[in-house]
Write a protein that binds this ligand. Structure first.
Ligand SMILES: Nc1nc2c(ncn2[C@@H]2O[C@H](COP(=O)(O)OP(=O)(O)OP(=O)(O)O)[C@@H](O)[C@H]2O)c(=O)[nH]1
Ligand SMILES: [Mg+2]
Length: 391
């Protein structure tokens, strides 16, 4: 029997996404309800993140606390219970849905005698596995090193203290830290320099691409909303779309012919957003998201079948604000209506502008409505520019 206050469920929906020859790494998911908004009682998203990173969640466990414990994040009693359960299930890694401080992570690892990671590190790991382009790899490596540098400093802090004895300057601990810090610092500097070069090339390419009358549309949205599927449906491309988080990391741009206008517009598929996206990653992906920041229109794709869609919309808008794209006109695209049995439709605001489109990228239902929205948005901008020129 498990104690009251600790709800345990053996994951019924776990599917193993790994290649058969790869070893299974059973992971235990832990969520601590601190009374903050958007607590994920099912730990569904953490489970998906774990699977995407190649781990197999074997159990999910949630508990409530008024405030995190400074040393262990949870109480030591709960930690003991987790340890017992981990032994019982042969768990090899513990994953926390909430961010742990470097000290809490270190203390938990000691207490549980297992690797302990949190969402942030999991997201970084996935980005590292998924990055394909030269620029993407550099950006992820930068984010990883920046994350590591904060952890490293504090992880070594016990050695720093030890080496500060009377009559001792330096010592093995300190020189090791200095060395590691310097190495990481040097790597960060080198990567930043290489990124500046790659970025310069991208800017030149983009300038060549963007003609004066170009109309740039960017697909944005929460990860797994169906952006790539919609992109493929619209431009008949075959970019990677999968039931994974962060299937897309690099921006892909294609020309889209709008018969309604008899014109071509440019459409970009971009990286998905997620709740609590690590700050270093937002910063690292700034240049990838430049297409988004300079778009004339954002198609904000929403998974209409997801119970948390409203929170996800809010989260995406928050990140858009952070990257300076909050003022770009948006059309909300409610995707996956096939799962909800909703008919395709468009909704207009009081001025007649299409603000919402309900469709299914998978079945193509409602794509006409979206094309109409794009044509009207482009038409409206042309009219606006024409007025500007006659002024
Ligand atoms: N039922 C249904 N599934 C869909 C629809 N559109 C996308 N999907 C599925 O949703 C999953 C995610 O689709 P993607 O297109 O990869 O989503 P994304 O927004 O590009 O995701 P990231 O690149 O990971 O941010 C895939 O398994 C798709 O097959 C839809 O209209 N209906
Ligand atoms: Mg995608």
């Amino acid at each position: 029997m498990f104690p009251v206050g600790l709800s345990i469920s053996q994951s019924p929906r776990v599917t193993n996404l790994q290649q058969p020859e790869r070893p299974i790494t059973p992971a235990l998911l832990v969520g601590v309800d601190l009374g903050l908004p958007f607590f994920d009682t099912e730990l569904e998203e953490l489970g998906l993140l774990a699977q995407t990173a190649g781990l197999t969640p074997v159990a999910r466990l949630t508990c409530k606390r008024k405030a995190p414990d400074a040393a262990l994040f949870i109480g030591s009693g709960k930690a003991d219970e987790i340890k017992q359960l981990a032994i019982q299930l042969g768990v090899q890694e513990i994953l926390f849905d909430q961010s742990l401080s470097p000290a809490q992570q270190r203390n938990l690892e000691r207490h549980l005698e297992l690797p302990v990671n949190d969402r942030t590190l999991l997201i970084l790991q996935i980005f590292a596995q998924r990055a394909r382009s030269h620029e993407g790899k550099l950006q992820v490596e930068l984010a990883r090193l920046q994350y590591l540098s904060t952890r490293l400093v504090r992880r070594w802090s016990h050695l720093e203290r030890q080496s500060g004895g009377i009559g001792m300057r330096g010592g093995p601990g300190e020189s090791q830290i200095e060395l590691d810090r310097r190495m990481i610092g040097d790597s960060i500097k080198r990567i930043k320099e290489r990124l500046v070069k790659v970025k310069r090339q991208r800017t030149t390419q983009r300038r060549q691409r963007s003609r004066r009358d170009a109309f740039n549309i960017s697909l944005v949205g929460y990860t797994n909303a169906g952006k790539s599927t919609l992109f493929n449906a619209l431009v008949k491309a075959r970019v990677y779309a999968a039931d994974q988080l962060f299937a897309t990391l690099d921006t892909t741009t294609r020309q889209l012919y709008l018969g309604e206008l008899g014109r071509v517009v440019s459409l970009s598929d971009t990286v998905g957003f997620i709740r609590h996206l690590p700050h270093s990653l937002i910063a690292a992906f700034r240049s990838t998201l430049e297409e988004t920041m300079q778009a004339d229109l954002l198609l904000h794709v929403v998974d209409a079948s997801n119970a948390n869609r409203d929170d996800q919309i809010a989260e995406v808008n928050k990140v858009l604000e952070e990257i300076g794209a909050a003022d770009i006109p948006q059309v909300l695209v409610f995707n996956k209506i096939d799962l909800q049995d909703i008919p395709p439709s468009v909704q207009r605001d009081d001025y007649g502008k299409i603000t919402r489109v309900f469709l299914s990228a998978k079945s193509d239902a409602g794509l006409d409505g979206l094309r109409l929205a794009l044509a009207e948005a482009k038409g409206a901008r042309q009219a606006h520019e024409a007025i500007g020129q006659t002024d």
